[in-house]
Structures are given as C-alpha cells and as structure tokens.
Design a protein around this ligand. Sequence first.
Ligand code: PLP
Length: 279
Amino acid sequence: MKNIAYYEGRTSLIDEMMIPANDRAFYFGDGIYEAATVYNHKIFALDDHLDRMFNSAAIVNIKLPYTREEYAAILKDLVKQVDHEIQFLYWQVSRASAPRGHAFPGDAKPTLYVYSKPLEKVEMKDDYHLISVPDTRYFHCNCKTLNLIVNVMAADQAKSCGCQEVVFIRDGLVTEGSHSNIHIIKEGKLITHPLDNLILPGTERKHILRYCDQLGIPYEERAFSLDELKAADEIVISSTSQPFMRAISVDGQPAGGKDPEICEKIRSCYWAEVADLYE
Ligand code: PLP
C-alpha cells in the first residue's frame, strides 16, 4: 500500500479511514499519541516510544487494553504493508468512543488509531531560525497528550516569521520547542532542561544524552535562560523526525553555529543506529 491507516481493527488508505465522531479524541483531545520513524520497515526506538506511551496513559488515567507486545505487533504489522523504506508512523489512543460528556464514560474502552506514510528522507539541518515566545501551556507537559492547541499556535507563529521552531520561555527559562526539545552546547558541554512536568521526555533527548555518554561528552540536566541560549556555541533542536537540527538565529539575531565538530560526532551516533536497522 502507498500508506496505511488503522482504526480499531479496520485498515484502509489514510484518506479513506472513517472514525466515529463520538471518539473523545475529536471532542476533547482526550487521548495520548506517539510518532516514530521507520527505516527499512523497522521502527526506530520502538521500546522508548512504548515506554512513553504507557507513561502518558498512566498520567491521564487511560487504562490501555493491550499489552506492549500487542501494541508492538499491530504497529510492526502495519509498517510492513507500506511500500516505502522510510516512513512516518503515528498512533494515538483515545480514552473511548462514547456520547459527549466531560467525565470519563463508565465503561471507557480506549480506541487505537494508527497511520504510517512515506517519508522521503530524514535530514539533519544546520540552518534553523528560532523565535522565543512565552510558554503559556499548563503543567502536564511531560504527558504526550493530544491537547496541543498552544503548541499549534506557537508553531504557526514561528512559521509566519520564517522560523522553524519556537523557544518556549517560562519564568525566564527555556523549556522546549512547540514540537521538539532544545539543548545548548557551551565549551564542549551539552546542557538540557531536566525531566519534569514542564517538558516532554523526548526520545531523541534521551538518545542524545546516551550518545554523549558514548562519546565522553559531558552534559548537565538543568534549565537555562534565553540569554544563555543566545550566547551558546551551539543550539540543538531534537525530535523524532528532526533528530539533531542546529539553529543559527534566535529572535532575528545570529546565534549558535560555533562548534560543528561536536554536533557531527553526536549525529554520527544516530546514523550508526539507523545503519543497524539495515543489517
Ligand atoms: N517536546 C514536544 C512538545 C514535542 O511535541 C516533541 C515531539 O513531538 C518533543 C519534545 C520531542 O520528542 P521526541 O524526541 O520523542 O520526538
């Protein structure tokens, strides 16, 4: 197939998938989601995504009806059916399909929606432009919920300024981007926001710290200010589909771009793991 969608056991092309309007994802964004990259019909870092999915579900009290192995089997089966080597795989679990009402329906049975579609290539770009915006989100940012209205508005603000991402600022400190984590490198050390309720525990963030360990690059998990970001040697944006982007401007002023060697070393660890999926 050229792409695939799945909803509660039914499969079709994405554009042809029908989903009940009573699905609570539609009314309330009452659900959680994950996105992963697929290389050679194998899902990169699937274990990390499943770990986070179960964690997100626990935070919002969604009782997942399947085991990890059952979810993994569904996802693996679907990506095999798409005729493309690199794919973008997305899945979401909604609390239930039930008549609208804020409180959880009594017999809530979570629903699973998945799609996978071709991805031309995964690139590591060196030319990101960023704008800082106030982080007006709530205090559950560690949960990958479907409620993304502030992220969506921020991403659109970045786009309308010709930027690729925002830098969310809360209490004077950088938290993350609208759909990415943000790290800085200063004097050979990587600095990244600690894991707490103000950021999403990014899978790529986790991998980057592991690559730093492998390479003997020191890192610190602490919040940093916008001024520190602007004065950093490198500003790194990470996410599943944008694994290691370097920013070169913040709020219209040149920034970062001063330590490409360290960035190339970290990037090469990612590509080595991708190469493993072709063996
Ligand atoms: N932070 C936010 C708000 C995100 O939406 C994302 C990814 O979508 C990330 C961070 C990065 O997470 P990951 O590296 O798992 O893609």
